[in-house]
Design a protein around this ligand. Structure first.
Ligand SMILES: [Zn+2]
Length: 283
């Protein structure tokens, strides 16, 4: 999970250009609704914050369909294909900002175009995401409490460990993930982050990935423990992993949370890592 630099576009100019690129019948329909769209563009900053409590502009189905059709101009071979490419290229290491894990492959309408057709081709409403997050988010606007998804362009996550992993060493090594609310931090951003985390099922996703990661690196942990300082050496290596991942993917990456939690867990570093594999590692 990380924030993106907002696209720097003249969105109203883009809309006017889009209208000129449509078939004459759509152009005429769009001109009839352009004043409402212009006002809605100005209002976007307010609209995105509490989408479940606001309504879209009042227009006919024909006008709605014409507005939604503007997004087709982003397809291969169409006039706004370059803008799609530019928006997708902003993703950090090609990773989805909503989960921070999978590769981006599509543009998500932060305010769904089925509900807000006026924002179907507004650059600030188009977030590069992975197909999984796009699908899980669907047309959801938020919940009754006013919580919503985190907006990758507008919501800047504070430089704090908000995604944390809990490691338990028992008959095996168990890892779970959650959103941590720093004490005294009453920012609604954390409420939204909790909603975002739950609705996108990120906990389940990260737990599954953590299992693969740990079992795949069991030999490395054995080697480090045996040859580079035992418990403290292993903890140091895990900390370096966390720092390295942080530089690459940002503080609230699941790997950062995982390696920080492992490095701080004495049960894991002293002997728990041996539970990850039944093999005899002879280093
Ligand atoms: Zn994603």
């Amino acid at each position: 999970m990380y924030s993106l630099t907002p696209p720097n576009r003249d969105d109203w100019e883009d809309f006017l250009v889009m209208c000129t690129r449509r078939a004459p019948e759509n152009r005429s329909v769009l001109s009839g609704v352009s004043a409402q769209v212009e006002a809605a563009y100005v209002d976007y900053h307010r609209q995105y914050q509490k989408p479940s409590r606001l309504s879209a502009i009042s227009i006919t189905k024909e006008q709605s369909d014409a507005l939604k059709g503007n997004f087709d101009l982003f397809d291969v071979g169409r006039p706004f294909r370059t803008l799609r490419t530019q928006l997708m290229a902003e993703a950090r290491n090609r990773k989805c900002p909503m989960c921070g894990h999978r590769d981006v492959a599509t543009l998500d309408h932060f305010l769904p175009k089925s509900v807000y057709p006026e924002y179907s081709a507004l650059s600030i409403n188009l977030v590069p995401v992975c197909p999984y997050c796009n699908n899980e988010k669907g047309n959801k606007l938020g919940d009754a409490a006013g919580r919503r998804f985190v907006h990758a362009y507008y919501d800047t996550l504070p430089e704090m460990e908000l995604l944390v992993a809990d490691v338990t060493v028992d008959s095996s090594v168990f890892v779970t993930f959650r959103i941590d609310r720093p004490s005294g931090f009453a920012d609604p951003l954390i409420d939204n982050l909790e909603y975002h985390f739950k609705e996108l099922k990120l906990g389940e996703c990260f737990e599954s990935e953590a299992f693969d990661e740990l079992t795949g690196r069991a030999g490395m942990f054995h080697y480090q423990y045996a040859n580079n300082g035992g418990e403290q050496g292993l903890a140091a290596m895990l900390s370096v992993e966390a720092v390295s991942e942080r530089r690459k993917a940002g503080l609230n990456s699941w790997r950062v949370a995982l390696y920080n939690a492992l490095a701080r867990n004495r049960d894991f570093c002293s002997s728990g890592f041996r539970l990850l594999s039944r093999e005899d590692w002879d280093f």
